[in-house]
Design a protein around this ligand. Structure first.
Ligand SMILES: O=P(O)(O)OC[C@H]1O[C@H](OP(=O)(O)OP(=O)(O)O)[C@H](O)[C@@H]1O
Ligand SMILES: O=C(O)c1cc(=O)[nH]c(=O)[nH]1
Length: 177
């Protein structure tokens, strides 16, 4: 599957219209239900294929953000051989009390993996959390950049943002079909 075909598949599988409250609190007439493509093994593997080249070569650990970033980071880990951690929105309050589940991230170069970026708010929170545990966080890789404030907010926080598809790319792939 080439990149344009994947764009079409992702759009057709996961793009919904209606009235949706977003994580940021804003309301939107569109929503990508990422679980609809992540739960399809063929599409998840294609996403990992196309995302893998965006991961910086010196990455030591992939950090999949709860919850939608976790399947993608896992697929990327299987593809690249780079270990993965599963990052909770809030550290577990019993047992190991971990925020990032998996191997120790202290001193490691970590690349954040996310599904959809709107304002980048969740990534900013998780990046700060990971840094508190000693991770070196610079790069973020996501599947869908909704082209709202996300890129500016992430770059203002000195993060390097790599997206597979912008909203414009998804729309144009579908309109060309
Ligand atoms: O760029 P932002 O404005 O922060 O919004 C995008 C975030 O919101 C969604 O997660 P959601 O809170 O729906 O959680 P989930 O992945 O656990 O379903 C998405 O997966 C991003 O994490
Ligand atoms: O901004 C969000 O919360 C958001 C947008 C979107 O398209 N998909 C999603 O899972 N979350």
């Amino acid at each position: 599957m080439n990149k344009k075909e994947l764009a079409r598949e992702i759009f057709n599988t996961s793009h919904l219209t209606g009235v949706f409250k977003l994580r940021s609190g804003k309301e939107s007439d569109k929503y990508f239900d990422k679980y609809l493509f992540e739960s399809n093994p063929k599409l998840l593997a294609e996403v990992a294929d196309k995302l893998a080249p965006l991961i910086p070569l010196d990455t030591e650990i992939l950090a999949g953000l709860e919850m939608g970033g976790i399947p993608i980071a896992t697929a990327l880990s299987l593809k690249t051989g780079i270990p993965v951690v599963f990052v909770r929105k809030k550290a577990k309050e019993y047992g190991t009390c971990k925020l990032a589940e998996g191997k120790d991230i202290d001193g490691k170069k970590v690349c954040i993996i996310e599904d959809v970026v709107t304002t980048g708010g969740q990534i900013l929170l998780s990046a700060e959390d990971l840094k508190k545990y000693g991770a070196k966080v610079k790069d973020v890789v996501c599947v869908i950049e909704r082209e709202e404030a996300g890129r500016n907010n992430l770059e203002s926080a000195d993060l390097v943002f790599h997206s597979l598809f912008t909203m414009e790319e998804l729309l144009s792939a579908v309109s060309e079909a």
